[in-house]
Design a binder for this molecule. Structure first.
Ligand SMILES: NC(=O)c1ccc[n+]([C@@H]2O[C@H](COP(=O)([O-])OP(=O)(O)OC[C@H]3O[C@@H](n4cnc5c(N)ncnc54)[C@H](OP(=O)(O)O)[C@@H]3O)[C@@H](O)[C@H]2O)c1
Length: 254
C-alpha cells in the first residue's frame, strides 16, 4: 500500500492530476504533505483545486510552470520550507500537453512546445527536486525501493510506445508521441542514474481516460483509473525500476 509522507503532483488543477490529489486525500493513511502544483493558481481553472485545499490543510498549492526554470526553483524553495527538514517521497511528473496534428500538419515550433512541457519539463523538475528525493531515500528506514520511500513517476502514454503506436488510426499526434517516447527514455536514464540513491523511476501510462486531453471518446473513467494507479504505485518495488507500466501495473513495450 502506498504510504508516502509527502507527494508532489505537477499539473494538478484538472484532469488526472486533480483526481490524484482528490484520491490521495481520501486515503486512510493520507500523506502529511500533498503538494498540488499548477501554473496558474489564481486563474479560473484552479478553482476546484482551491476548494479542495480550503477543506484540507494537507494540500499545499504551489505555482509551477514546468517549462520555466525560475518557476521550478521557486517551487523547490516553497516545498523545502513546508517540509521543515524532511525529504520528498514521491514526485509525479503529470503535467503534459497535446496537439492534434498529423505528419502533414505538424509544425516545428508547436512540436518544440509540446516537447518542452512533456519531456524537458519533467527532466528539469526531477533535477530540481532530486536533493529532496535523495534526502527522503536516505532518511527512510525501509529497505529497497518503493513509491513510499523515494520515487519519480513520469506520466507517459502508450501513444509513445514505439512498438505499439497506440491508437494511430484515431490520431497521429506526432509531437505528442515523440515527446512521450523521449520521456520514456528519460525514465530509463533516471532509473540507471539514481539507482544508487534508491530512487525508483517508472514511466506510467494512465489509460485513455476522460479528461480534457482524453476527450469525450475516451473509454475509461478517470476516477476508476486513478484508484488503480494508486494501488499500482503502492505495489511497485526495485524489480519495477526503469519499467513502463499501465495503470494496472502491466508492463508495456517501449
Ligand atoms: N487523458 C488521457 O487519456 C491520457 C492518456 C495517456 C497519457 N496521459 C498523460 O497524463 C497526464 C495528464 O493528462 P490529463 O488527461 O489530465 O490532461 P489535461 O486534462 O489536459 O491536464 C493537463 C494538466 O497539465 C497542466 N500543464 C500542461 N502544460 C503545463 C506546463 N507547461 N506547466 C505546468 N502545467 C502544465 C495543465 O495545466 P493548465 O490547466 O494550466 O493548462 C493541466 O493541469 C499528461 O502527461 C498526459 O500526457 C493522459
Amino acid at each position: 500500500m502506498l504510504n508516502a509522507r509527502s507527494v508532489l503532483v505537477t499539473g494538478s488543477n484538472r484532469g488526472i492530476g486533480l483526481e490524484l490529489i482528490r484520491q490521495l486525500l481520501g486515503k486512510s493513511n493520507r500523506p502529511e504533505w500533498i503538494f498540488a502544483t499548477c501554473r496558474d493558481p489564481e486563474g479560473p481553472r484552479a478553482q476546484e483545486l482551491k476548494n479542495l485545499a480550503a477543506e484540507h490543510p494537507e494540500v499545499k498549492i504551489i505555482p509551477l510552470e514546468v517549462t520555466d526554470l525560475s518557476s521550478i526553483q521557486a517551487a523547490v524553495a516553497r516545498v523545502t520550507d513546508y517540509l521543515q527538514g524532511a525529504g520528498l517521497n514521491l514526485l509525479i511528473n503529470n503535467a503534459g500537453t497535446s496537439r492534434t496534428t498529423t505528419l502533414e500538419s505538424e509544425m516545428a515550433e508547436k512540436m518544440a512546445e509540446v516537447y518542452r512541457s512533456n519531456t524537458i519539463g519533467p527532466m528539469m523538475v526531477s533535477q530540481a527536486f532530486l536533493p529532496l528525493l535523495r534526502k527522503a531515500s536516505r532518511e527512510s528506514s525501509q529497505k529497497g525501493m518503493s513509491c513510499s520511500k523515494a520515487a519519480i513517476v513520469n506520466m507517459s502514454s502508450e501513444a509513445g510506445s514505439i512498438t505499439n503506436l497506440y491508437i494511430w488510426d484515431l490520431g497521429q499526434v506526432i509531437g505528442y508521441r515523440c515527446s512521450k517516447a523521449a520521456l520514456n527514455m528519460l525514465t530509463r536514464c533516471q532509473s540507471r542514474g539514481y539507482v544508487e540513491d534508491e530512487i525508483l523511476c517508472i514511466a506510467m501510462h494512465p489509460g485513455w481516460v476522460q479528461t480534457e486531453m482524453g476527450g469525450p471518446m475516451a473509454p475509461l473513467a478517470v476516477d476508476t483509473n486513478i484508484r488503480a494507479i494508486l494501488k499500482t504505485l503502492g505495489s511497485l518495488s526495485e524489480k519495477d525500476n526503469g519499467t513502463f507500466v499501465n495503470w494496472e501495473g502491466t508492463a508495456l513495450p517501449w
